[in-house]
Design a protein around this ligand. Structure first.
Ligand code: FE2
Ligand code: FE2
Length: 285
């Protein structure tokens, strides 16, 4: 399925969510090896509301830091610019979508699934010694954004998808392809391109249900992709939030050294306990 087909159907939507300009500017300074700390902090500070929200999240129990971080400069030093960007991106995406209740859609359950996948991905990453667990959190949080687009902008068709998936016990992906002609993973990648998101996020959005077909050119993301795919699967079968799926296939994960099953079960139970407070910290106004 080419992007043109999706573009034809979704590209004309006028109120498609956009991200704050400051995120693009942060990306630019991140890519420039000559940027210094003050320049970066100045760019971040251009969006005061987002900057203070980010600082508040950094200082919330989510991070469990011992000392308070008072400024963006400090946050960059302690967490790194990449993590700071990820936090700003996550906060922006959550805010940018209109999450009113739609036919067949409960936004709370949707975000529970996303936060559950994010939290479990981070825990799995820590357990197996993946280099950047925080990166896994943001990828888990955003993996299903394509679903939000379909739900919001093709609501009637998506309602048919859900009915078909339920009555035929079909995977969500197959039902979407049959009813709409493309699926939420393809829409996720399309949106990620529109938003100029980092390549890793595009890859996770596109292949989280099908890690086995990851093209060779993206092989460097196979570990993070496998972590998200597995966390997504575990959250689905544990009914953490609503994944929208009615047919769970354990994803094929050739590149992931999984922790023992008992550990995965324990981590999933931890997520069930922690998820309410994590969502509260991320969504506080
Ligand atoms: Fe998905
Ligand atoms: Fe999912």
């Amino acid at each position: 399925m080419s992007n043109e087909v999706i573009e034809r159907k979704l590209g004309t939507i006028e109120n498609l969510p956009t991200l704050p300009i400051v995120l693009r500017q942060v990306q630019k300074v991140m890519d420039n090896p000559h940027s210094n700390m003050n320049q970066i902090a100045a760019v971040v500070a251009k969006d005061q509301a987002l900057a203070s929200k980010t600082i508040r999240l950094v200082n919330s129990a989510y991070y469990g830091l011992r000392t308070r971080i008072p400024s963006i400069c400090q946050a960059i030093v302690i967490l790194g610019l990449n993590t700071l960007y990820n936090l700003m991106l996550g906060l922006s995406v959550i805010k940018t979508f209109d999450t009113t209740r739609l036919l067949g859609f409960d936004p709370q359950k949707f975000w529970e699934h996303c936060f559950g996948t994010a939290l479990l991905s981070k825990k799995l990453a820590e357990k197996i010694g993946y280099s950047d667990p925080e990166e896994c959190f943001i990828a888990g949080l955003l993996h299903d954004i394509g679903r939000l687009v379909l739900q919001q902008f093709l609501n009637n068709e998506f309602e048919q998808v859900l009915l078909k998936s339920e009555s035929d016990k079909k995977s969500l992906l197959l039902a979407e392809r049959e009813v709409i002609g493309f699926d939420h993973s393809q829409v996720g990648m399309w949106l990620a391109e529109k938003w100029s998101l980092p390549e890793m996020l595009k890859v996770v959005m596109r292949y989280h249900h099908e890690p086995r077909i990851l093209p060779g050119e993206f092989k460097r993301y196979s570990q993070v992709l496998s972590i998200i795919a597995y966390a997504n699967y575990l959250c689905g079968i544990a009914s953490i939030g609503n994944s929208g799926d009615n047919n769970y296939q354990e994803p094929v994960l050739p590149d992931l050294k999984l922790p023992p099953e008992s550990i995965c079960r324990k981590l999933t139970e931890e997520v069930k306990v922690e998820i309410v407070s994590v969502i509260a910290q991320w969504t506080q106004n």
